[in-house]
Design a protein around this ligand. Sequence first.
Ligand code: PXP
Length: 236
Amino acid sequence: MKLGLNIDHIATIRQARRAREPEPVTAALMAELAGAEGITVHLRSDRRHIQDRDVELLRQVVATRLNIEMAATEEMVGIACRVKPHQVTLVPERPDEVTTTGGLDVVQHHSAVRGAVAACRAAGIRASIFVDAIPEHVDASRAAGADAIEINTGPYADAPDAQRQAQLARVAAAAERAAAAGLEVLAGHGLNYVNVTPIVRLPQIVELNIGHAIIARAVLVGLDRAVREMVGLLKT
Ligand code: PXP
């Protein structure tokens, strides 16, 4: 299973001082050397961490795959079509949230999502949608023309012990349904060194997007080691 490293937190530290360091580009290249097979950034409308110049520079230097998470807005789709990352992941975005708090309701926002997917695909960009493990949202992603979905593992990661198995089963069922519909299946949110293994064992999932746990460990042990340790868990 592949690791896509989310490097938003590197930019968060930089923006805390409106400084030049740490440089997300350096982090991306170090992560690739350590075994990450994709780099993910979330270009938020409020630019609280990742900036436009980051995605432009990353597009030039990332040797694996650059995945840009973004809201399905005209502004963001325009940027994606200009920068042309390997993949775009459409996510819901609320200005007051600390992090993405759930999957995109593809049923409710079907026409906006469909339009964004079509524009990205026409520009040669793979289109993925971050969705909760809800059958109708998986089906709606397929209907919207997506190439892939990323299943939200937040409810699994946050579940009390007694409910974790049930949440894992929901992720597994959504993964099976998506793969059967011809979608590539990714997963992410809230995954860490302790809870990732049951997700790794789900055969339909090909890639995990992980950010907070790896960058938090990197602060203490270094990015190279933190990435290698997670890659090790994903390869077992
Ligand atoms: N996937 C999506 C769509 C996200 O928005 C995030 C957080 O930015 C992640 C994965 C990574 O989540 P975490 O930082 O909890 O590993």
